[in-house]
Design a protein around this ligand. Structure first.
Ligand code: CA
Length: 223
């Protein structure tokens, strides 16, 4: 199988070059561009397997590009955003981005997010009834969670939260999406979610695997 092609849209030339080198070293074909116009052209030409996208570009807003891509297909998009830009992260996810990394990010973290986005793209819904990460095994069909083979008793809501995070392993799940899936309304109190996630972490005993993305949501780390 040919190497996956990754389109890198970033106008900071030194960051773009370091992303290209990192991706090549990791076995991807990297196509780097610095403008939205080039991004559109290269996307049409290379049909990339995934897109890394900076939002602030000299000839326009990356959010518009997300919308244009989503109007056509589900190519995974990982957004590169600035620190303290929670509102922008949420807007990017709303527009259809799969995930984001916050600058300055570690290149290993970026590769992990990219792998998660690519993996998610090949999994059709319901095709992975058992999700494994670290010592955890989450059997979505049987609704059973095990840690190192030992079953952990979860309440139905705790299980629903963990199941949703597991189906998007490695990727952020927004607070609103968790509230909607588990409580049936995205206007449910976010405080409920904090309480349940706290209980879930205590039962799993794995704080490092279930992390908070402040202002955005939660993610279950892929190992
Ligand atoms: Ca920029």
């Amino acid at each position: 199988m040919a190497e996956p092609v990754i389109l890198v849209v970033e106008d900071d030339a030194s960051l773009r070059r370091s992303l290209e080198m990192t991706l090549k070293a990791a076995g991807y074909v990297a196509v780097g561009v610095g403008t939205l116009a080039d991004a559109r052209r290269m996307r049409a030409h290379y049909k990339p397997h995934a897109i890394l996208l900076d939002l602030g570009l000299p000839d326009g807003d990356g959010l518009d590009f997300i919308g244009a891509v989503r109007a056509e297909d589900l190519t995974p998009i990982v957004v590169l955003t600035a620190r303290d830009a929670e509102a922008l992260k949420v807007r990017a996810l709303d527009a259809g981005a799969d995930d984001y990394v916050t600058k300055p990010f570690g290149l290993e973290e970026l590769l992990a997010r990219l792998r998660a986005a690519l993996r998610h793209a090949v999994q059709s819904a319901g095709s992975a009834p058992i999700v494994r990460t670290g010592p955890l095994e989450i059997d979505l069909g049987a609704r059973v969670v095990r840690r190192e083979g030992r079953e952990i008793e979860l309440s139905p809501k705790e299980f629903e939260i963990l199941a949703l995070l597991a189906t998007r392993l490695g990727k952020v799940v927004r607070h609103q999406d968790l509230l909607k899936a588990v409580w049936g309304s995205e206007r449910a109190d976010i405080q409920y979610l904090r309480v349940y996630v706290g209980q879930l972490r205590a039962k799993l005993g794995l704080n490092a695997l279930l992390v908070s993305d402040p202002g955005v949501g939660y993610r279950l780390i892929a190992t």
